[in-house]
Design a protein around this ligand. Structure first.
Ligand SMILES: [Zn+2]
Length: 561
């Protein structure tokens, strides 16, 4: 009986201390429309921050209790605040590169495409490589891939190599093919395809997946200085758009080392969850050295391997169970199962997460089978991390019978809503109506018990949070169009869309205890928006802008002040 009053007294002292001497906040956001993504307290009016953590979220009065003489108070005038947004599938250097090199996005005719390349060729020195990215033939008339002969007209001498928006296909001109010695007689390499003219057998210039390497091996490699420029450009752009973390879908150790140097010098504020490409020497190094979690104040983590298992749907490299509806091919796998299986077992023993790019229904089934076999071979008590949270990147075309396997095996689908609204213009012709049932099937995944880590796959897509959020809830293109059989019921609710880019993204990186909701004790990462995306009409979501980005309690973007 005596114990109870003592316990109560201690509790009272703790609460009192918590509210006065110890916890005067550094920063308070007041007069805010806060969506926390925390089901226990979904909405609030104010947030108090100390150091890099949230100390309070709730009412104005409650936040005021944390006000001290040194507290900065920012009145948000009713603006909307969400947990700092995370892009779960991003290519940071690629995003920077797109800004710094020949950007071919948004071009809607072959003529304009050639004019843009010609302008670059005219400025080039003899023999200089012309490289660029972002073209997509879907809107061209007719919607067919460009060829070497198209490019030869504007660049007969300089080698040209231009990557399709999806990163899986590229077109080279004759000068580039000559340097690479790609001829009629060159066979397609494993996991790739050299497209050839049906009549003459000559390469058309289009190279898919592993076949791109035949040419890229001859392009002078980018220097560390180029990479540094691209990374910093990518970081700057991401923060302006309201991303507080990006999960970088594949890098080599040379990039990891460069990022570490840049963090050490205080030049990057963005959080990066950095995947290492595998299988291969870089993945082996990660398996040997082990995970490196939360370096530089929880800003940089390397604990997972990225595998690419097939191509993309647009270039017909995605591996399908049945042939494409508009071509005599079923796509291809870009890795051999026997190379992956031992690495997966090793990863479980070493506590390394694995994420695998799988777009076609065949690639998805193959990776689920491989994951399942590895999970059976290494039971939980023999794993360094019991619940390894392995991921499938894209999970784009999945046979409906395979969808529930994700939740059953604890495998996380990491999906990009914008792919669905870009692909709706060509996916029906590639796949036919029947297969669309399991395509971009967000609602089916959630219903089967999965969470979805949301991402953009930039620079394959724009990489803008509001486009992703809109795509997830509207499932229509940016003009409001959605074609026949595009399964509007697969759209998600706004609450689910918010979770895809916050708490579910955090979970997919083992970070749910640290971030992903606006909650006391968590990292103070916040994205402030120009409109209430949980309430405004769908088209207005696309007009919404990030107005303030806060990472670790620091205002890192705020154009108004
Ligand atoms: Zn990607």
């Amino acid at each position: 009986m005596k114990r109870l009053p003592i316990a109560l007294a201690i509790a009272v002292v703790c609460v009192a201390a918590g509210h006065s001497a110890l916890e005067s906040a550094d920063l308070i956001f007041s007069n805010a429309n806060v969506y926390t993504a925390n089901d226990a307290q979904p909405h609030a009016d104010a947030i108090a921050i100390k150091g890099d953590r949230i100390v309070f979220v709730g009412s104005e009065v409650g936040a005021n209790a944390y006000r001290g003489s040194g507290t900065r108070v920012v009145d948000l005038g009713g603006q909307t605040v969400v947990p700092g947004l995370t892009d779960s599938h991003y290519h940071l250097a690629g995003v920077g590169d797109r800004e710094l090199t020949l950007n071919l996005e948004g071009i809607v005719t072959l003529e304009d495409f050639l004019a843009a390349v010609k302008a670059r060729v005219d400025k080039a020195s003899p023999g200089q490589w012309i490289t660029g990215r972002g073209w997509i033939e879907t809107f061209w008339k007719p919607p067919v891939f460009p060829t070497r002969w198209d490019l030869d007209k504007i660049s007969p001498n300089n080698p040209v190599f231009l990557t399709r928006a999806d990163g899986h296909g590229a077109v080279a001109n004759s000068a580039a093919l000559k340097i690479a010695n790609v001829t009629k007689a060159t066979p397609s390499p494993f996991g790739g395809q050299i497209l050839k003219d049906k009549k003459t057998g000559e390469p058309t210039g289009m190279l898919l997946d592993n076949a791109k390497g035949l040419v890229t091996n001859h392009i002078p490699p980018s220097t560390q200085a180029d990479l540094e420029r691209a990374l910093l450009k990518g970081v700057e752009r991401s923060i302006k758009l309201g991303w507080c973390e990006i999960q970088n879908a594949g890098a080599r150790y040379s990039e990891v080392e460069l990022l570490r140097k840049l963090y050490g010098d205080g030049r990057i504020k963005l959080r990066i969850y950095e995947a290492i490409y595998g299988p291969g020497p870089d993945a082996q190094r990660l398996l040997r050295e082990g995970a490196n979690i939360g370096a530089f104040g929880n800003r940089m983590t390397t604990r997972h391997i990225k595998v690419v298992l097939d191509g993309a749907l647009g270039s017909r490299g995605a591996a399908l169970l049945e042939p494409y509806s508009d071509a005599e091919t079923s796509g291809f796998l870009t890795q051999k199962e026997e190379d992956l299986a031992p690495m997966l077992v090793q990863a479980l023993r070493q506590g390394i997460q694995v994420e695998t790019h799988a777009i076609g229904d065949r690639a998805n089934r193959v990776i689920l089978d491989l994951y399942e076999r590895a999970l059976e071979a290494v039971p939980a008590d023999q794993r360094k991390v019991r619940d390894p949270r392995w991921r499938v990147e894209h999970a784009q075309i999945v046979s409906p019978v395979d969808i529930p396997r994700f939740a059953r095996l604890g495998i996380i689908p990491s999906m990009q809503p914008s792919h669905a609204i870009s692909d709706l213009h060509f996916a029906p012709s590639r796949l036919g109506i029947k297969r669309l049932e399991g395509a971009y099937a967000w609602a089916s995944f959630i219903k089967s018990g999965s969470i979805i880590a949301g991402g953009s796959d930039a620079p394959v897509e724009r990489g803008e949070p509001m486009i992703e959020f809109y795509a997830a809830v509207a499932r229509k293109d940016q003009k409001g169009f959605s074609g026949e059989g595009w399964h509007p019921e697969q759209a998600v609710s706004r609450e689910q869309a918010l979770k895809m880019f916050t708490i579910w993204a955090a979970y997919a990186a083992f970070e749910e205890g640290l971030k992903g909701t606006i909650e006391g004790g968590k990292l103070a990462d916040l994205t402030v928006l120009s409109a209430d995306i949980m309430k405004i009409p769908e088209p207005e979501i696309l007009k919404t802008r990030c107005v303030v980005t806060v990472i670790g309690g620091e205002i890192v973007y705020n154009p108004a002040r």
